[in-house]
Design a protein. Sequence first.
Length: 390
Amino acid sequence: MAGEIVDSVEMLRRLVAFDTTSRNSNLELIKYVQGYLKGHGVESKLVPNEDGSKANLFATVGPNVKDGVVLSGHTDVVPVDGQPWDTDPWTLTLKSDGKYYGRGTCDMKAFYAIALAMLPDFQKAKLKKPIHFALSYDEEVGCIGAHSLAAAMAKEVPRPRAIIIGEPTMMTVVHAHKGAQMYVTKFTGFEAHSSMTHLGVSAIHFAGEFVHHLNTVQDKLDTQFPPTSEFTPPAPTFNVGTILGGTAGNILARECEVLWGYRELPDRPLAALGDEALKWLNDVLLPKMKAKHPSAQIETVVRSSTVGFSPAGNEEAKALAANWSGSNTVGSVVYGTEAGIFRSTLGVPTVVCGPGDIAQAHQPNEFLLASQVTACEGFMQRMLEWAKRD
Ligand SMILES: [Zn+2]
């Protein structure tokens, strides 16, 4: 399959067919991309995770010199479990509404599928500036792979001029997003019959107090940030994603696990709100629990941490991406991406710009408008013209 020629849609079809739900290995997709690149004479490097079950990939097309561009994307997708899909999520399906359906079409295999499909054009063009591919694993479960990928690229790739993170923005240019921090807190109480509440500690009741506390912190935050802020909603925002606990209606729950977190503005310290919440758990809630029974416990671990992405210092990437996308809209989003990690590790101007609408991400019947494929191809074409020049 040396030098295989594949159009954007066919490449997207192939990438969608790999079930790269974050809990699975992404190696089949990575090996496919590696083989495809090799077929076109492009060597790639893998940056595996600890147990070797997943890997990041980076590769350079053109001369390995500075001033190129990095095209970055994540290989994993969110689960389809329990979602009512009308088509097979792993089979790219074009319907008469002009939409390509499939998991990962918009979040976010299309961006690099389109770039990979253009690889023969990149190769033919005798590039003066390099085009780097950067594909990560485990973005959807907390931007895990991007750290080692960005670190490896910082060592081995001559300083690029700009990094484009191809998350769905409808090909508009995004120069900022909030950070995100997620925790799992385990409340351990003491079991007793539900009629004997004086003898035990319900982990669920105290977990409920914690959720209420987060709501009061949120109410305060909501009054502090004006709606004129860069972001919608303007304030940092808490969310309790899951609560698991209890065994029966007539037992004080021994255990309750709360998955919680927040989105933080990029110019504020990411961990501060979390540290305050942990201090409240430790100083206020835990003594109340222990007063009921000394064996009560509260334990918290950080589940994931996504650095915010601040607009400062991204001017050059903004100008380039605006040029290539033809979009004059420069905005911000509230969802997290790997942009903050790449920006801080490589110290290179970064923007988010990719095909598709975030509104379709993670949804059943996720789709990508066919017109977005065309728009992204235009972006790559103009980027290629730039990379051909000195
Ligand atoms: Zn994504």
